[in-house]
Design a protein around this ligand. Sequence first.
Ligand code: HEC
Length: 103
Amino acid sequence: MKKLLFIITLVAFVASTAFGADGGNPRKGKHLFKKSCKTCHDNNGEGGEVTPMTKTQKQWDRLFDKQKHDADAWTNLSERDLKDIQQFLYDHAADSPQPQTCG
Ligand code: HEC
């Protein structure tokens, strides 16, 4: 019985960390967005102003999943970083429960 409990706990733990690593970390994403995206996307940047509200959740996912952005601009960002940024933007997209204009 003890062994079974141990296995259940172990499985639950592994499942929860696997899930946690899959979704990005929006707090880190916010920081990274300010640091890595705002350089070109503040209100007079070369890429035009971009905020989480610029797009809907679906549009953000499309942009990141299909890597539609000019690739050179994103070379300094790891896959992990992009995942975090994607999560932040998604959480505060125009059609999200908490839209945000700025990071
Ligand atoms: C080196 C400058 C630069 C950086 C850094 C940069 N961008 Fe851009 N971005 C651009 C330019 C220039 C455009 C517009 C022209 C284009 O699409 O090639 C653009 C376009 C966009 C668009 C509009 C694309 C569309 O199809 O509507 C979004 C959204 C966007 N960027 C988001 C981001 C995000 C998020 C980041 C950070 C992960 C980022 N950008 C980092 C330069 C940059």
